[in-house]
Design a protein around this ligand. Structure first.
Ligand code: FAD
Length: 492
């Protein structure tokens, strides 16, 4: 066994690159030497500001102080996503990060709620979830009995800077400049180094491709291949623009569907991130820019920027001695804010399977298998939002409503519609609560509930539902407004 340090070279200094540099340098310490190559001239994609709760676990692993992180990245709290106009125009629903009601071992809360709804004694499903009610009442707390399950909205540029400082404090080094050529061993095809435009060579044992959509190492050099999911997720363009805040930030992301896709609104402490995601078969770039600028509020502080993408995934995320992370590993549109999360799970997977200098094919295969399963499960959840629409008002929505979907998703929808059952598979990000909230929100109502619920007396059910909702309301009542809590939390 070699006791020499493994030289890890990270190509790219966006969120993916700096997250990888921060985690590898901090977690593997003297077992690695981490160098990150980035180009100010090429720049980063500059979006990616809404996150999901597992980010807290990743930060805890790195011992990142939440208050310091929030102060530095001008972050706000996020308790979920409000989906507007997705089922039909003029309606909205909420996917919260919370748990709705209390499950029993045999049957989930939704079954009690379904019977209560049939009897006319149930409130809205969201009234049984603290995070849902808190978000809509603009409340938040992460402490004591009123602690919510939260994530963040953050400034992507400030986050990358924060991570850079963190990574460098743990020994990672940065090389500035354009990569002109990727050098490979003639026999094995392994990458041996990156030749910079300056002529310098950055050599290494293991290369992490974080070069964004271009996939300079994993695709342009190692030809990993790309599996397109455009037929299920046809959006292929985004326009992003930042505006000045016109009101206090709410603790949720807004996702507002329009005739050819949807628009996001992400409130930060100092500004708002806006963007539109669309399919260029149904809306031109010029039209998308004009519509976005007409729909947003507040002074525009950046030029609208068009970003092209193709939904899908790299067929192999790890090839030879190169692991792709972030946009170079595949792309799922930001509807459920999953990209930064996927970067974090890729890093965790690499840490757990870290090969040192001696890379085994079995390690590569295991990594690729886990990555493929994770990506596909999230893909299905995102397709659900499009497929389960009732909109018929545009070609785009008619296409989505009628398109074929993966068998795995079709089964979930059938099962829920017939029985009210949903499930979380092993290795799956989205919990049962998420599936249930989005299915209901998109108008998929179960035909029946679990028979066990009928064993409860009607009065007992009424008391149970009433007590659950009353408890949620009491917790939310005692929470401070989001803006107040945020100001105090970040001031400490
Ligand atoms: P990039 O930011 O593109 O970084 C690539 C890096 O590689 C740069 O440093 C660049 O300079 C460098 N590079 C490239 N080529 C060379 C070269 N030849 N020489 C030297 N350096 C080079 N994610 C979320 O979690 N939440 C969201 O709300 C969200 N919203 C999004 C909205 C849109 C429209 C898009 C497109 C993505 C969104 N994402 C979101 C995804 C998120 O933006 C990315 O996952 C994240 O920013 C990571 O990007 P990256 O680091 O992989 O790539």
């Amino acid at each position: 066994m070699s006791e020499q340090k493994t030289k890890v070279v990270i190509a790219g200094g966006g969120t993916a690159g700096w997250l990888a540099a921060a985690a590898l340098s901090q977690q593997l310490g003297s077992a690695v030497e981490v160098a990150l190559v980035e180009s100010a001239e090429i720049g980063t994609v500059g979006v990616g500001e809404a996150t999901i709760p597992p980010m807290k676990t990743f930060h805890r692993l790195l011992r990142i102080d939440e208050q310091e992180f929030m102060r530095t990245t001008h972050a706000t709290f996020k308790l979920g996503i409000q989906f507007e106009n997705w089922r039909v125009e003029g309606e909205k629903y909420f996917h919260s990060f919370g748990t709705t009601g209390r499950d029993t071992l045999v049957s989930e809360f939704i079954h009690f709620w379904l019977r209560g709804r049939d009897m006319g004694i149930a409130k809205d499903f969201g009234d049984y979830c603290v995070e849902f009610k808190a978000a809509l009442e603009n409340k938040c707390s992460t402490q004591g009995d009123t602690k919510v399950n939260h994530a963040f909205h953050l400034d992507a540029g400030l986050y990358a800077k924060y991570l850079r400082t963190f990574a460098e404090s743990h020994g990672a080094t940065q090389v500035e400049g354009n990569i002109a050529e990727v050098l490979q061993d003639n026999n094995s095809g392994y990458i041996t180094g990156l030749r910079m435009a300056s002529g310098d060579i950055v050599s290494g044992d293991l290369f992490v491709d974080c070069t964004g959509f271009r996939g300079l190492l994993i695709e342009q050099t190692l030809h990993a291949g790309y599996e397109s999911w455009e037929h299920w997720l046809p959006c292929n363009r985004a326009v992003a623009v930042q505006t000045a805040s016109v009101r206090d930030p709410v603790p949720y992301t807004r996702s507002i569907a329009h005739h050819a896709g949807w628009r996001w609104q992400i409130p930060l402490q100092h500004r708002v991130g806006n963007g539109t995601v669309f399919c260029n078969r149904y809306m031109s770039e010029d039209e998308a820019i004009a519509k976005l600028l007409a729909d947003i509020q507040g002074d525009v502080i950046t030029e609208p920027r068009v970003i092209q993408f193709q939904t899908g995934r790299r067929r192999k995320n790890w090839v030879k001695n190169c692991v792709a992370m972030g946009l170079s590993s595949g792309f799922l549109e930001p509807l459920e804010s999953t990209s930064i999360h996927l970067i974090m799970t890729s890093i965790m997977r690499l840490l757990q399977l870290f090969p040192g200098k001696d890379i085994q094919q079995a390690t590569i295969d295991e990594y690729n298998m886990q990555a493929a399963i994770e990506f596909e499960l999230i893909r299905d959840f995102i397709i659900l939002h499009y497929k389960a629409t009732e909109r018929e008002d545009s070609k785009f929505w008619r296409y989505c409503k009628r398109m074929d979907i993966p068998e795995s998703l079709a089964h979930r929808i059938d099962l829920f519609r017939e029985t009210g059952k949903s499930y979380q598979k092993e290795g799956e990000l989205f919990r049962l609560d998420s599936w249930t909230q989005v299915m209901l929100g998109q108008g998929i109502y179960p035909k029946r509930y679990h028979p066990m619920v009928d064993s409860m007396q009607a009065q007992e059910l009424e008391r149970f539902l009433h007590a659950t909702a009353a408890n949620v309301a009491a917790v939310v009542d005692s929470m401070p407004p989001h803006e107040k809590f945020l100001a105090e939390y970040c001031a400490i």
